[in-house]
Design a protein around this ligand. Structure first.
Ligand code: NAP
Length: 280
């Protein structure tokens, strides 16, 4: 039997309808998101266009600022400082990848926590430890949302997160811990990955390695959330999980593309509305 596919596009579309209502309830209050990009990256350009389209659907003005390719970290931090000081700017987003020489953490820390719509400022990251933060990191919140949408009882469920990055693996682990699931976090130091993945009722993979997890590493009926985004040799975008073999074993499975990605964008818009004062 094949897995139930978790349709991130559909979930994101449903979220945008609710977000549109929340935006309308804000009335004349400004909701102004500024996205900063350094140089022109074709892959990032597609992502930014998707964000802009989704923002427009919800009624959010998203201004895109392209800074010159040689922009220094100090210049970027100054540009962020100017946006922090403008009351009509309610959200700030810095597109990745950043050029060499610019430290993502310094940049993220420069954004006012109340305008940090990606939820990556240390203050917002830290708030995760105290349950539902106002502005959670978007991808982690998206993974949580997809899992909760399945209706699986998370209490006591064996949850395995593969990957322990600050912006994805660690916050996902903490968010799922709040549901009283029993969380194991795997990483490069993990001795035998398969021993962990095989006993997972919920398996979240966030590494960035195509084909890292195969069907034989998955417990029958498990809920598998594939966060990875990789370009295959033939140019296709694929996740970290081998879709065909996982589909034969898993109970629920997110596709790539069309799984975590669209829900992440919807979470960005939810954070943008929250930063502008919406109670959503
Ligand atoms: P990252 O910072 O490179 O982190 C990757 C993590 O995987 C690290 O914790 C690393 O451990 C661990 N790892 C590496 N090899 C491993 C292995 N063989 N077994 C187990 N763990 C291993 O990447 P990231 O920013 O977290 O992103 C992860 C993936 O998510 C990427 O493909 C990225 O493109 C994708 N992504 C998706 C979305 C979305 O919306 N769907 C958003 C953002 C990112 P060490 O640190 O110890 O090496």
């Amino acid at each position: 039997m094949s897995a139930q596919i978790l349709d991130g596009k559909l979930l994101a579309q449903q979220m945008r309808q609710r977000l549109r209502q929340a935006r309308d309830q804000l009335g004349q209050r400004p909701v102004h998101l500024v996205s900063i990009e350094i140089g022109q990256n074709p892959a990032a350009a597609v992502y930014v266009r998707n964000q802009q389209r989704a923002a427009a659907e919800v009624g959010i003005a998203m201004e895109v600022r392209n800074l010159a390719i040689g922009t220094t970290q100090a210049q970027l931090v100054t540009a962020i400082g100017e946006l922090n000081a403008r009351p009509e700017v309610t959200g700030i987003l810095v597109q990745r990848p950043l050029p060499p020489g610019i430290d993502p953490r310094t940049v993220q820390t420069a954004i006012l926590p109340t305008k940090d719509v990606e939820g990556m400022h240390p203050e917002n990251m830290g708030a995760i430890l105290y349950r539902e933060p106002a502005l959670p990191p978007c991808t982690a919140a998206a993974a949580q949302h997809l899992i909760v949408a399945t209706g699986i009882d998370l209490r006591g469920a064996e949850t395995v997160v593969v990957g322990h990055s600050e912006i994805i693996g660690k916050p996902i682990a903490i968010l799922l811990l709040h549901h009283l699931s029993t969380v194991t976090v795997c990483h490069v130091g993990t001795r035998k990955l398969i021993d962990h993945t095989r006993r997972a009722d919920i398996l979240v993979v966030a590494v960035g390695k195509a084909g890292l997890v195969h069907g034989d590493m998955i417990k029958p009926g498990a809920c598998v959330i594939d966060v990875g985004i990789n370009q295959a040799a033939d140019g296709r975008i694929v996740g970290d999980v081998d879709f065909a073999s996982a589909n034969e074993v898993a109970g629920f499975l997110t596709p790539v593309p069309g799984g975590v990605g669209p829900v992440t964008v919807a979470m960005l818009l939810r954070n943008t509305l929250r930063a502008a004062g919406a109670a959503i």
